[in-house]
Write a protein that binds this ligand. Sequence first.
Ligand SMILES: C[S@@+](CC[C@H](N)C(=O)[O-])C[C@H]1O[C@@H](n2cnc3c(N)ncnc32)[C@H](O)[C@@H]1O
Length: 269
Amino acid sequence: MNPGKKPADSTEIKNCCAAAYGNDAVALLLGESYHPGGQTLTERLADALDLRAGQQVVDVAAGPGATARLLATRYEVQVDGVELKETTVATAQETTASAGLAQTVRFHTGDAERIPLPDAEFDAVVCECAFCTFPDKTTAAAEFARVLRPGGRVGITDITVHARGLPAELSGLAGWVACIADARPLDDYLAILEAAGLRTSHTQHHDEVLRSMIDMIEARLKVLRMATPDRLTAAGIDVDAVLTYTRLAADAAANGTLGYALITAEKPR
Ligand SMILES: C[S@@+](CC[C@H](N)C(=O)[O-])C[C@H]1O[C@@H](n2cnc3c(N)ncnc32)[C@H](O)[C@@H]1O
């Protein structure tokens, strides 16, 4: 995880993002949920989607599956998680089986831009802190629309960037690892969803959760550097580079350049 390195093309961007989040050290830094706001914001998203027992949900870019398991237990829905990185899918499957949820939560290795699930079968699609990383957001949004039944809803939480864009020093660093290099203003996300036939029903700003997450990562990195420096080195984390980056990101979050938003949109009946 070297924030100074930049990927070359869209396949490399996807693989870099998946590799970064597949790194064991990420769980130490982020905890169970790999998105700002954690489980609390996932519950707000599920409530905004009005999830009901027995519904079928797709979790796109599911990571190790914390959201899929939470939705299955708290909202009694069936979840199909789709995740690019095979080893992350294996971890998600193992953790889910240990939790006794293998009957209700399944995981598939696959790309958000080519979701390996059938047309028009799902009541909801959730996608947390990942839409911003998809190089082809238009195709991913069309895939969300394809798998939803008419009347189904998509719920996204994601990083937003002010219309003035990212400061050069931030986009020139590890923007792609931290999922901000191709983050967009909220209105751009809505326009992409709209173009895929998904009508916005609801938006909320949650900028504070991004600030808290950056602060938490900084604090945990500093503690880990003191307590277990070898573990970070073994995980390939360049602590100084990451701390430089998180400071810049914290400034951008404090001055409103970066934010975090919740969006729901509906596929018309
Ligand atoms: C920031 S993590 C979010 C994980 C999860 N949604 C959560 O909130 O805990 C981003 C995840 O997206 C996955 N990912 C990135 N690009 C993807 C793609 N094109 N298709 C599927 N998964 C992707 C990464 O492997 C990583 O697990």
